[in-house]
Ligand binder design. Structure first.
Ligand code: PPE
Length: 314
């Protein structure tokens, strides 16, 4: 028997969270152990960041994330009675309630606890938003020196096995397995291939390759439509870089001039090696480092051209 109840053991500094229309202390935001989503992974989520700017906290590409949350639910056939504006408001209210200067934002929609069995139809859909202090995803070291990746023995699910375009909780078992395998083997992150051996994405990031000064976003129809990926492509074009999306096999990645990965949590993280082969000189590459700096300047509201990507909290 454990002495503490499961709900009192969280060490995450969530403060106040939004739950079904109310903002309450995290300790009071408790749900049933018979929650459908806990048993079958029937939830959809987003990962969003708010950054500190000289006009207070600002959320990066808020409406795009809220829209993707609704799209994820639609793919599952989950009925959601919320608009993009409703979701935006809940997120902004939660940041304000916690007086966050910057944070990682985790909205979640999930099936509740009225009925068990795989058919989810009898369950109410719930909505929560948590804001968390969350620094550099893969650690400062990985950013400075470049992350060390391994090709996972777990393959990305085909689109007719799992709905890979939906950020559904259940999908992330694949990411958990791949990332855990990589860490157990001393690597920072996993690279996942599809069943045919084409590069898909990281456990929670999209991949970019630099070759002969051309930026090559790795393309695959089973990948999540990454908002950071789209941002990086737009920034690169603005910087005057030629961009050419491509599918790739793992051996093409080995001989790239540079590799890096992008995502809301990972931001822009250079890759130093893949499967113990140095990428380029085996250090964080200059394009990736410059892109990381530009991306962080943009998220901090320092670049006029991209200020429309920010929603100021106050
Ligand atoms: N692919 C996957 C599978 C993925 O989960 C993410 C985000 C991305 C690509 C990048 O998408 P975007 O954030 O829109 O650029 N991964 C989220 C979850 C990370 C986690 O550990 O949880 C994130 O970065 O918030």
């Amino acid at each position: 028997m454990t002495k503490k109840s499961a709900s009192s053991t969280s060490s995450l500094d969530a403060g106040l969270v939004y739950l079904d229309g109310n903002i309450v202390p995290i300790e009071e935001a408790n749900i049933s152990v018979l929650t459908h989503a806990l048993h079958y992974g029937t939830s959809v989520f987003e990962g969003i960041r708010a950054y500190e700017t000289d006009q207070g906290a600002a959320v990066f590409r808020l409406s795009e994330h809220s829209q993707r949350l609704l799209n994820s639910a639609k793919i599952l056939g989950m009925p959601v009675d919320l608009s993009v504006e409703d979701i935006n408001k809940a997120i902004l209210d939660t940041i304000r309630a916690n007086k966050r200067k910057s944070c990682y934002i985790r909205p979640l929609l999930w099936y509740g606890s009225e009925s068990l069995g795989v058919f989810p139809g009898g369950n109410t859909v719930h909505f929560m938003v948590a804001t968390l202090p969350w620094g550099v995803y893969l650690g400062e070291e990985a950013v400075k020196k470049g992350a060390r990746l391994m090709t996972s023995s777990w393959r990305r699910s085909p689109g007719d096995v799992m709905p890979t375009k939906s950020k559904a909780g259940g999908n992330y078992i694949n990411s958990v397995l791949a990332n855990s395998e990589a860490r157990a083997n001393g690597f920072d992150e996993a690279l996942l291939l599809d069943k045919e051996g084409f590069v898909a994405e990281g456990s929670g990031e999209n991949i970019f390759m630099m070759r002969n000064d051309i930026l090559m976003p790795i393309a695959h129809s089973i990948n999540l439509r990454g908002i950071t990926r789209d941002s990086v492509i737009q920034i690169a074009k603005w910087l005057g870089t030629e961009v050419e999306a491509t599918m790739a096999t793992r051996d093409e990645l080995y001989t790239a001039d540079e590799l890096f990965m992008v995502g809301t949590a990972a931001e822009v993280t250079p890759i130093a090696s893949l499967d113990r082969r140095d990428i380029g000189n085996g250090v964080a590459g200059p394009f990736a480092l410059n892109m990381r700096k530009t991306y962080l300047d943009i998220t901090a509201g320092k670049v006029e051209e991209f200020k429309h990507w920010l929603t100021y909290v106050n």
